[in-house]
Design a protein around this ligand. Sequence first.
Ligand SMILES: [Zn+2]
Length: 230
Amino acid sequence: MLVCIDAGHAESTAGKRSFDGTLREYEFNRAVAKRLKYHLERHGIKTIYSCDLETSKDISLSTRCKTANNAKADLFISIHANAYGTTWNSANGWEIFIYKGSAEGKKLAEEIRKESIALLKLKDRGIKTDSLYVTNHTKMTAVLVEHGFYTNKEECAKLKDTAFREKCAIADAKGILSYLGIAWKDENATEPKKTIYKVQCGAFVNKQNAETLKAELKAAGYEATIVKVQ
Ligand SMILES: [Zn+2]
């Protein structure tokens, strides 16, 4: 299973910033993309980016789609934040785009939608089928997620917040995993601790005595290790 993660835009993309200039959309997209990659990979899913996330160059949509198609990715997810109007306004909410008529795209979008609305608590603008370049030109099941509006003051503040970005990445990861039938594991979930039994043969204050016993054990065919205990 290979997921291609597409972080929309770059530093040199015209526009795509909040009216006060404090948020560039590409920064949000890249931050979420990196955390999405992390969460998918710790669940055993392979990922690639559609372009270098450190570049300031605006990578064309056709290059991004070609990268996904050439790598034969199974899924494609494009990360964005939304914009509307020419001054701060009330347009708000979360939405996702799929290729019109794609049954798998709809299934994947439904899973991401369920997780996102629950976690991000944004208005649900639903699943849209507008014709978009990346959903049209990728050969695999593809979605494009708009994680709120940076042209809305309240949502712009959220989009700048690291904790909110993490929630976006988790919602996207949970949706993808749920679509794939893989159970989500919390990051700090630890494996149950196993009891182990150590065999001790001696304990000395003088290190030379420990070395002597170790040599004797070795000569007798046992592996021995000296452990320093403070
Ligand atoms: Zn965008």
